[in-house]
Write a protein that binds this ligand. Structure first.
Ligand SMILES: [Zn+2]
Ligand SMILES: [Zn+2]
Ligand SMILES: [Zn+2]
Length: 201
């Protein structure tokens, strides 16, 4: 287990609060049916103890239904999609000797627009109601009426994320934020992202 893994970003619904993202995994993996070695992008351990590793190209290997190696003889074939992305994303800091590979997974970039923008459930109106607190990043911005006649709502305007934006859910990033009644923030999968604020903050 010598390679750092990326967060196992996924769509909502796949990973409840008991799933644990793995931070390290094997370097090269293959099952008996695979014609070449592949690289691991991310891994998850479930409550049952079952482990699933997602590959950079497509698909995954699970449990111990695969071989893993730290190094390979030169004659062994390695999946180019997997290896290029793994090296480019920083899993092999030494990389290839003669080229600088780069690969930046789009779903791991920090958001340019705060996920609380234009979302009424993440807008806390402050009387008299022209300014509100963004419950995602905690910054203050104007509140505007938006939506059409069939979907009227008041929400905070579009803004860049403030410093109060918490670290993302390892599975769903900042895509499904829910404020809690006591001023905290959680992901729709129930992982807490920010502790409740003390009263009268
Ligand atoms: Zn592959
Ligand atoms: Zn915000
Ligand atoms: Zn989540």
């Amino acid at each position: 287990m010598t390679v750092s893994l990326l967060p196992p970003v996924s769509s909502i619904g796949l990973h409840g609060p008991d799933a644990i993202p793995l931070t390290e995994g094997p370097r090269y993996v293959r099952t008996a049916r695979m014609t070449r070695w592949h690289r691991v992008r991310s891994g998850v351990e479930y409550v049952s103890g079952r482990r699933v590793y997602a590959l950079w190209c497509t698909g995954s290997v699970f449990d111990s239904n695969f071989l893993s190696r730290e190094s390979l003889p030169e004659s062994d074939l390695v999946c180019g999609t997997c290896d290029g992305r793994a090296v480019g994303a920083g899993q092999e800091p030494a990389g290839p000797a003669d080229r600088a590979l780069v690969f930046r997974p789009r779903d791991l970039q920090p958001p340019a627009v705060c996920p609380g923008s234009r979302v009424s459930r993440l807008t806390q109106a402050i009387p008299p109601g022209t300014v509100g607190r963004c419950l995602a990043c905690l910054d203050l911005h104007p509140v505007r009426a938006m939506g059409g006649p069939y979907d009227p709502r008041a929400a905070i305007v579009q803004h860049r994320p403030g410093d109060g934006l918490p670290a993302p859910c390892p599975f769903h990033r900042w895509k499904h934020l829910l404020p809690t009644d006591d001023g905290g923030l959680r992901c729709a999968c129930d992982r807490p992202l920010r502790e409740p604020r003390p009263a009268a903050a």
